[in-house]
Design a binder for this molecule. Structure first.
Ligand code: ADP
Ligand code: MG
Length: 321
């Protein structure tokens, strides 16, 4: 029902950035090689995501807007095992229940356009055969005024969107990702698989030159990534990105371990830019935390924290700083 979808939307769709996250994740799950994200007025006016991925077959489009109709993995345990970001089958119906959604999609052999508003199907028709999916969300939260009122300033909502897209771009260096806000391009990655170039796209070429590659491992963990030299710091920890098996996560202890790796090289209140890519057995990742929150716990977390800080400390010592 529309009501059940709206209740689910309360969990999945908190703010414009959550819509962006779900739509871009769907594009990435569909094996896209390029994803364009076009946002107006911090996403409150419109969010459009265009991809060149698999598309949705004409027969499956209505199902995609039904709850729990996922074409993807079926258990949480699969999350860090399978390279697919979605699994709940809740995003499309949730978003469609609290906004106006137009989706044009083609698999190459069939093309469909479909329009939902407030959870109700407004229109469905055949569409041209451009491979991929083009989805536009407008009037977000128009029928849930409490949610609309809860939104922060446009700058904050936009910062959240940028953060979401940046993290996905870091996790998918093989995909060309572009973010445009009110006609201004905020991010463009080349999609050639080079993490350092993605970092340059996000933080600027000059800053990327002030970052060094790191590498380390234990029996259980493999670590690669880039960390900023101590001269390149920010006033917030949010520039520390941690990826596990290609998926951006949040974990306080590991973030602290990155900072600890700098020892006394960081001034009080300053934090590095860092991208830490970890590979481990998926069974070591505890996914019993709400999936949209991104916060995960790990087995042997202290061992991993030590690996991270020691690897960074050693690398910065190499640089003779
Ligand atoms: P989930 O991603 O958890 O499966 P969603 O509600 O996000 O659920 O999407 C529902 C289904 O719609 C997906 O399983 C997928 O089959 C299809 N879908 C959504 N967006 C796209 C897209 N951009 N390209 C191809 N298929 C898509
Ligand atoms: Mg999804």
């Amino acid at each position: 029902s529309v009501l059940a979808d709206q209740i689910a939307a309360g969990e999945v769709v908190e703010r414009p950035a959550s819509v962006v996250k779900e739509l871009v994740e769907n594009a990435l799950d569909a094996h896209s090689t390029r994803v364009d994200v076009l946002v107006q007025e911090a996403g409150v006016r419109s969010i459009r995501v265009i991809d060149d991925g698999d598309g949705i077959a004409a027969d499956d489009v209505l199902t995609a807007f039904k709850r729990h109709a996922t074409s993807k993995i079926t258990s949480r345990e699969d999350l860090f095992r399978v390279h697919s970001l979605g699994f709940r089958g809740e995003a499309l119906p949730s978003i469609a229940s609290v906004a106006d959604v137009t989706l044009v999609t083609s698999t190459g052999t069939s093309g469909t356009s479909i329009h939902y508003r407030g959870g109700k199907l407004v229109h469905q028709a055949p569409a041209p055969l451009r491979q991929g999916t083009d989805i536009t969300v407008t009037d977000l939260f128009y029928n849930t005024p409490a949610r609309l009122k809860y939104l922060k300033s446009p700058q904050t909502e936009l910062a959240n969107i940028v953060d979401v897209v940046n993290r996905l771009a870091l996790s998918y260096p093989n995909v060309a990702i572009r973010l445009v806000h009110n006609s201004k391009e905020l991010l463009r990655t080349a999609g050639r698989g080079d993490l350092q170039r993605v970092i340059a796209g996000i933080y600027g070429v000059k800053n990327a030159r002030k970052m060094v590659a790191i590498k380390g491992q234990t029996d259980d963990f493999q670590l690669t990534g880039y960390v900023a030299l101590p001269e390149l710091t920010r006033a917030s920890r949010q520039y520390i990105s941690i990826l596990i098996n290609g998926r951006a996560i949040k974990n306080q202890q590991l973030t602290k371990a990155v900072i600890a790796g700098y020892g006394s090289k960081l001034m009080v209140g300053r934090y590095p830019i860092a991208v830490i890519a970890l590979t481990m057995d998926p069974l070591m990742v505890d996914v019993n935390v709400h999936p949209t929150k991104q916060e995960v716990r790990l087995s042997k977390e202290p061992v991993l924290a030590k690996l991270i800080s020691a690897t960074i400390t050693a690398r910065l010592a190499d640089e003779n700083l």
